[in-house]
Design a protein around this ligand. Structure first.
Ligand SMILES: Cc1ncc(COP(=O)(O)O)c(C=O)c1O
Length: 411
């Protein structure tokens, strides 16, 4: 850090005074962003390996993202969103559906809303096709699906936060990557399984291809819907537009958000018609969802991500990042204990307290986030360059090599 951060500290204090204590604010207050970097109020520059946790898929202010916004600026933002077709809504929906096997879509404002919608759809489908007692779900340990009551009931945290109970009933927790634990939970009451391709908040654990393909077969054999929550892992982050394609399975329902809008709040859930046709008008809805501004951004951002050369570069960048981290692992002895994840959704476990690493990274001009109990999460822009990857690994190396500033992790 080069300049005195008095402005940042003033804003940090004011923010901590007035916001609910859910996100303690850092000593750096942000002013603007550009490409792979964010800038604080003092003008210091930080390499952004978080991008809002896998949100700004094209980096900050990418021309495609900006086109999505500016094209719509003088055309209206809302226009009775649900009941009227608009060009952006239809074009964004067609683009997504033309690139997967789903046939129907509903846009939402956030990831948790997409998850809630998908849970309602699964229950409605089972009610009509399997009987009114079939309304329970299989979910996974270390899962994360969001913070609304439906989404959080499917999330590991619901098991540890009794202060918010009662949660929705009927969620059964299996072990991720363990098909036998899923088999043990299958009964006639299970309508769907909801799974993340890579557990993000849970600590960057990728599912194996065998697990997902076995899970799909189990679901097919038992007439259970498979919901793929691709809110963090989808939209190019695996080097394929949809995360399930990377792992070789075919979900019945897909949830999207985060990278879908490249920084604009928007989500979606999608399915085959035979599932979504159980919905009748009025069964579900949302005031703002599918608005022309959000969907115009989706259209332009996804049009960029879906280009074969863009997706090939994500694969290449992910492999390069892992190669550089492995080299750092060798260089720093036992500081790094494991490197996890898939594509550009990378986790680094170290022997140090993650909070101290994140603070030191910030002082060295880099933003990253925590996942799981003590994992460093790297979710950079999908168009990060090799030079920027070198910079990220170099900064992490600088932090790991100065052990005097770090605290050892004790679980
Ligand atoms: C896999 C997954 N599902 C759902 C969500 C919830 O999304 P949102 O925060 O937009 O509600 C997240 C957010 O981190 C997520 O990673």
């Amino acid at each position: 850090m080069t300049k005195e951060n008095t402005k940042s500290l003033d804003y940090q204090k004011r923010a901590n005074d007035i916001f609910m204590p859910l996100y303690p604010h850092k000593s750096v207050a942000l002013d603007h962003a550009d490409g792979s970097y964010v800038y604080d109020m003092e003008g210091n520059k930080y390499l952004d390996c978080a991008v809002g946790i896998a949100v700004c898929s094209l980096g900050h202010n990418h021309p495609a993202f900006m086109k999505g916004i500016t094209e719509q600026l003088d055309k209206g933002f809302t226009m009775s969103v649900g009941s009227f077709a608009t060009k952006p809504k239809v074009k964004a929906a067609e683009l997504l559906l033309n690139n997967c096997s789903a046939e129907k879509i509903f846009f939402t404002n956030s990831g948790a809303e997409a998850v809630d919608g998908s849970l309602k759809l699964a229950r409605a489908w089972a009610h009509e096709n399997k009987g009114e007692d079939c309304k329970e779900f299989i979910v996974f340990r270390n899962s994360f699906h969001g913070r609304t009551y439906g989404a959080v009931s499917a999330t590991e945290k619901s098991l540890h936060q009794p202060q918010f109970a009662p949660y929705l009933p009927g969620f059964h927790f299996a072990e991720f990557n363990n098909l036998d634990s899923v088999k043990e939970l299958i009964t006639d009451k299970i309508c769907a399984v909801i799974v993340e391709p890579v557990q993000g908040e849970g600590g960057l654990t990728a599912g194996t291809k065998e697990f997902f393909q076995g899970l799909q077969k189990l679901c097919n054999d038992n007439k259970i819907l498979l919901i793929s929550d691709e809110i963090q892992a989808g939209m190019g982050r695996m080097g394929t537009l949809f995360a399930h394609s990377h792992f070789g399975y075919e979900p019945d329902i897909i949830t999207l958000a985060k990278g879908l809008g490249g920084g604009f709040p928007v989500g979606a859930f999608m399915s085959k018609s035979y599932i979504s046709d159980v919905f009748k008008a009025g069964d579900h809805g949302s005031t703002y969802a599918g608005n022309p501004l959000a969907t115009n951004v989706v259209y332009h951002v996804v049009s960029e991500i879906v280009k074969p050369e863009f997706l090939a570069r994500v694969k290449e960048a992910g492999a390069y990042f892992i190669k550089k981290l492995n080299a750092l692992h060798n260089e720093t002895g036992n500081a790094i204990t494991s490197i996890k994840g898939e594509g550009l959704m990378i986790g680094v476990d170290t022997k140090f307290e993650i909070k101290t690493i994140l603070n030191e990274l910030l002082k060295n001009g880099m933003v990253a986030t925590q996942a799981g109990k003590n994992t460093l999460r790297l979710t950079p822009p999908l168009n990060i360059s090799d030079a920027e990857i070198d910079e990220a690994v170099e900064k992490l190396g600088t932090v790991l090599k100065d052990e005097s500033k770090l605290t050892e992790y004790t679980s």
